[in-house]
Design a protein. Structure first.
Lengths: 397, 326
């Protein structure tokens, strides 16, 4: 029988890693993700988990160790946060290019300067084009589930891609929530052992990663792109199986909350969706027709699902918890892809964005009320006043 | 059920004729004529045999060896970034430990060998190499030292000798000697501060039996081991491609490169000359030192003299002090 426990996002992730019977783990401390490794170190030390636990000499080494271990066919886990995520950058593309299904937890954190422990999505979002799956969890339960779902999808022979499994630092990583822990037999049914066709094995020698000529590069890039085209189908299968085995059914890509009759939508990912739900309930009680679309995967970007969800409304406010300095919309990252997803619609909603939660700031219910006010005004005026609003930092106009 | 992890015992050779005929680093690669690193690679692969995984950080031995669908390696080989040979090898060793323990792979623990150039070993790759040594992985880290970033067009590395002319240390009116700093000492970096390491050795392409036996000793030791192999580079050092072994020998005979092994804290020397020749005899063979004035050669001689007397480098018999050739 599944049992319920109060766990932080980090502790929930560690439970998922243990149930996935991960074989090689590489750690390096940086807040706020560190607690997952503390949990795993304890499990290895007391014999709960039979894995090699390696103390990496930095995040670059963490990713390098799991690159080597995964190439031998071991199931691997690592993680990081903030500048640790960017320190490892060199190794991300070699891992996805080698089609190694490594898993990395990111409990996100603002990048320097200045030193800031707060949660922000910029660290992970900076890596979104490296050929890894990527998505955020809203709660410790969703984090737990995402780790297992990502192993299943990434290790699928049709896919073989690494995964960033993200959760907001502190808001998810350090705040306890109810987590339903399944039986080992349920996890074993959902997640078969990793099988690698081309692993480093002296009994079957292969060369792994030789040099290529420029005219061979585009072919390999296309292979990675084609693999990504297969991912949505495999995610849907995995989510279906997950619901069947564990009894929790997620929308694969975009969760729609009170969106059916809505005029306006908040588009959001990660922990702040929790506050957003409450704000929407309150705004609905005031008579405002507002809903929420919560993104579960940034990579692959679910273009059709985003378009389908947002086609119902007249105005969309994208909550940005990352920066894209000098970008087309002058704010964060998500709005570019949201607008691109809506481009083919016969009637497009108005789209603006809200910079919120940067540096670890709490996004309050009042902030969502402010966003709703901006969206209502845009609908009334038939246009957005600007493409980006800095929440709490702009003169209301 | 947990399975015990077993390691290999490779026999030590007495003479070159005892070498196995099988090759695991095959012809057909694109290294330069007279390439020292390619020569040592062939010997290392032969010494290690088939139950081996080679780890290849970016460098000449990556770029000139492996073209797409074309590989000289007859054992598994994996490319790594120039930064992370030691870390990737750590992951490979750890994976085999757990896979064997869990009964997912049958056989003795494979030899894991990192084949890193001087940059991948003691410059940009130093951190990963040191961490592999510190953590005690059962793997052999080889620094094949051609004393420059050769693959990118001969730029200085931390092992380029003082006075070396490279494309980043060209001699000029203000900097007549070219390279102004003295080189790092790779084996001493490892010996000085990695308690898990029980075996470190140096070798040269000029002495193949010694080299092969040191590879085997390094692989037979349980735990991390380090081998520093002197591998002359005709293109980078500017000498004729048929002089690779001659240049390598003179490096040893002049004390520019010292052949020894360090085992459980004890030094033993091999191919030590009865009398060291002046360093100038070695330096004059190479275009990279052609611009040097007598005082620069004198400085190199003083550096070599001091190193031969340095703590941790005891000499067993009195050796006549070398004299600079002016």
């Amino acid at each position: 029988m599944a049992k319920e426990m109060m766990l932080s996002g980090c502790a929930a992730a560690a439970q998922a890693v243990k149930l996935a019977k991960v074989e090689v783990i590489c750690s390096y401390p940086i807040r706020p993700y560190t607690a997952v490794m503390m949990e795993l170190a304890r499990m290895v030390a007391n014999g709960e988990l039979d894995a090699e636990f390696i103390h990496g000499e930095g995040e670059h080494a963490q990713l390098s160790v799991v690159y080597g271990a995964s190439a031998c066919g071991a199931r691997t886990f690592t993680g990081s946060a903030g500048v640790g995520v960017t320190y490892a950058f060199e190794v991300y593309s070699p891992i996805s290019g080698a089609r190694l299904p490594v898993q990395m937890m990111i409990a996100d954190r603002a990048l320097d300067p200045p030193g800031d422990f707060g949660s922000e999505h910029t660290d992970a979002m900076s890596c979104r084009d490296q050929g890894w799956l990527m998505g955020w969890a809203e709660t410790p339960q969703e984090a737990f589930d995402n780790h297992l779902i990502n192993y299943r999808v990434g290790e699928d022979p049709r896919i073989m891609l690494p995964q960033y499994v993200c959760q907001d630092g502190y808001f998810v990583s350090h705040i306890s929530g109810k987590v339903s822990l399944p039986e080992q037999s349920q996890v074993d049914e959902f997640l078969p052992p990793l099988r690698m066709e081309h692993r480093l094995d002296p009994k079957k020698p292969i060369s792994h990663g030789p040099q290529i000529r420029p005219d061979q590069g585009d072919v390999m890039d296309l292979a990675r792109a084609m693999a990504f085209l297969e991912v949505p189908k495999v995610i849907r299968e995995a989510i279906d199986d997950y619901g069947r085995i564990f009894g929790r059914k997620y929308p694969p890509f975009v969760e729609e909350y009170m969106l059916d009759d809505a005029d306006m939508a908040i588009f959001i990912q990660g922990a702040h969706a929790l506050t957003c739900r409450h704000a929407i309930k309150r705004l609905r009680s005031q008579g405002l027709k507002i809903g929420m679309a919560k993104l579960r995967f940034v990579r692959p970007w679910p273009t059709e699902d985003v378009a389908a969800a947002l086609s119902k409304v007249k105005a969309v406010g994208v909550v940005e918890t990352s920066t894209s300095y000098g970008g087309a919309m002058r704010g964060g990252n998500l709005i570019h892809e949201v607008r691109a997803s809506l481009y083919e619609l016969p009637t497009r909603p108005l789209v603006t964005s809200f910079m919120a939660g940067l540096g670890g700031e709490v996004v309050k219910i009042e902030d969502f009320e402010y966003m709703a006010k901006q969206l209502a005004r845009a609908i009334q005026q038939g246009k957005v006043s600007k493409s980006v609003h800095w929440i709490g930092l702009e003169a209301e106009g | 059920m947990a399975m015990a992890v077993q390691t290999q015992e490779l026999p030590i050779l007495r003479k070159v004729r005892d070498l196995p005929k099988e090759e695991y680093y095959l012809p057909g690669h694109r290294t330069c004529a007279g390439c020292g690193p390619a020569l040592q690679y062939k010997l290392v692969a032969k010494a290690a045999g088939p139950n081996t995984i080679l780890v290849g950080p970016t460098g000449c031995m990556y770029v000139a060896n492996s073209s797409y669908l074309c590989t000289p390696y007859a054992v598994p080989w994996i490319h790594t970034q120039i930064t992370n040979g030691g870390a990737v090898a750590s992951g490979i060793e750890a994976a085999y430990q757990v896979l064997i323990r869990k009964g997912k792979w049958q056989g003795k623990l494979p030899n894991v060998i990192v084949m890193a150039g001087d940059g991948g070993a003691v410059d940009i790759g130093l951190q990963a190499m040191s961490a592999m040594m510190y953590r005690g992985h059962d793997a052999l880290f080889i620094c094949y030292d051609n004393e420059a970033y050769a693959n990118t067009g001969i730029q200085t590395s931390p092992t380029t000798p003082y006075g070396g002319n490279t494309t980043f240390t060209p001699p000029g009116e203000l900097i007549p000697e070219g390279k102004k700093t003295f080189p790092k000492d790779p084996p001493q970096l490892v010996i000085g501060g990695h308690p898990a390491v029980k075996y470190v050795a140096t070798a040269s392409v000029a002495y193949p039996v010694d080299l092969i036996n040191k590879v085997r000793k390094g692989l037979n030791v349980k735990g991390p081991t380090f081998l520093h192999i002197h591998a002359p580079c005709p293109k980078g050092w500017k000498f004729p491609e048929d002089k690779t072994v001659e240049v390598a020998k003179l490096a040893v005979q002049t004390g520019m490169f010292v052949i020894y092994e360090w085992e459980n804290g004890e030094y033993k020397y091999q191919h030590k000359p009865k009398k060291y020749k002046p360093v100038g005899e070695y330096m004059k063979l190479m275009g990279r030192f052609a611009h040097l004035k007598p005082e620069h050669i004198q400085k190199t001689q003083a550096f070599v003299d001091a190193r031969l007397k340095a703590p941790g480098m005891p000499v067993e018999i009195p050796i006549p002090p070398p004299r600079a050739e002016v």
